[in-house]
Design a protein around this ligand. Sequence first.
Ligand SMILES: NC(=O)C1=CN([C@@H]2O[C@H](COP(=O)(O)OP(=O)(O)OC[C@H]3O[C@@H](n4cnc5c(N)ncnc54)[C@H](OP(=O)(O)O)[C@@H]3O)[C@@H](O)[C@H]2O)C=CC1
Ligand SMILES: O=C(O)CCC(=O)C(=O)O
Length: 448
Amino acid sequence: MSISDAIKKIEAQYPHQSEFIQAVKEVAVTIKPLYDAHPEYETLKIFERLVEPDRVVAFRINWENDKGEVQVNRGWRVQFNNSLGPYKGGLRFHPTVTESVLKFLGFEQIFKNALTGLPIGGGKGGSDFNPKGKSEFEIRRFCYAFMRELYHYVNKDIDVPAGDIGVGGREVSYMYAMYKNLTRESTGVITGKGVGFGGSLMRTEATGYGAVYFLESMLAAQNDNIKGKKVLVSGAGNVSLHAAEKVCMLGGMVLTVSDSQGTLYDEKGLNQERIDWLKAQKAQSKPLADYVDVFGGEWLAKQKPWHIKADIAIPSATQNEVDEADAKLLVDNGIKYVVEGANMPLTADAIDYIRLYHVHYAPGKAANAGGVAVSALEMSQNSVRQYQTFEEIDERLKCIMKNIHDSAAEASEKYGQTDNGYIDYMAGANIVGFKRVADALVAYGILN
Ligand SMILES: NC(=O)C1=CN([C@@H]2O[C@H](COP(=O)(O)OP(=O)(O)OC[C@H]3O[C@@H](n4cnc5c(N)ncnc54)[C@H](OP(=O)(O)O)[C@@H]3O)[C@@H](O)[C@H]2O)C=CC1
Ligand SMILES: O=C(O)CCC(=O)C(=O)O
């Protein structure tokens, strides 16, 4: 079955899974030259096999709120593809979580994980549980209840979850505690654990820092650097605040962060003191808007950051947060680089628009791969029961991000996608990630 027929098949089979279909199409449009050069992929129906997850496990989660009332949520684990290693990918707790969202994230994760060059397959999971407004005890009860169901399906050599939106170190530690309690194993079954009981140094920072390391390579490829560049960041969570922190450390100027309530704009730029304040504020679920009373700047209620003049945008909140109208604003406001800290933050139309104007564009599966890469380093530290230092991991992360950049740039050139120095990182990353997975599947025959 050709790539286009495989897409028609999933559109007919899963008509309501719009996010999943969007992610599949984005890969499909760019891998054609590679696919055409490898007739064995078609013979073995590699694309048709890759768009169908190995399995999707769905389960009910019963838990009690602080009033003693029984609450019921839905949970899922999408085990998408394990041809390169154990399924690996985060857990998202957010009311917008559906099977479609988790399938898009799991599909992206296959190629992202392949790009890291580390032995990890792709998966994703989560629940429609909304952590907002829940007490500490409710969060803890929910995490225990979630792992009480999930533990049947995960194991250090089979499927290793981690955090994502709504799941940070606190939630991972509660889930790990339940897994240990049920199985009596102390293994690397989940990553992002607390440092001191198996967690890796730098996992918290890795995604945001990694995205900025990727940006540094993009700038270097254009004989430029980050010093003095004005940067728009969206989101104010784990990825956003660490991306902002690294930009500041390297001499760039971060003008914005945002959340679901609006955008914080500080034309003076953030610094370490302000970022530390923001981290503390978000950790206590307090409003971003309070920043203005302490440090000045402007609170733009219910607005996104994309209308502000700058050089670089790092969308790091959630999927489809940048639509075509936002993309026009970015181009009109002089943005030259868009680096996806989040997974699929640009709609398909937004991607087409910025690429048309030759805005340098790094897709999430390449730019935000630093998080899962350090998770994989956590898995190996757990296996040998040793810790590596912050500096050692930072060096590995820099090297992994540079390799992802260079291999994507090389593939863009090799498959004729580089145009007058404009590197097509989207095509390059999809080709490299897809090829690594497809070649493993070819080697296995029809199993997997
Ligand atoms: N954590 C990681 O290591 C990795 C994360 N990612 C991706 O990065 C993105 C952010 O994840 P992470 O930082 O971990 O999540 P967090 O939960 O730490 O932060 C999410 C941030 O995004 C904001 N946000 C969420 N939904 C919306 C929305 N609809 N509109 C505007 N703002 C929104 C949240 O605001 P509010 O608080 O108001 O909800 C919050 O500031 C996701 O796409 C995730 O999949 C990718 C690779 C690894
Ligand atoms: O660290 C991990 O395993 C998962 C990270 C993740 O969910 C992602 O890359 O989107």
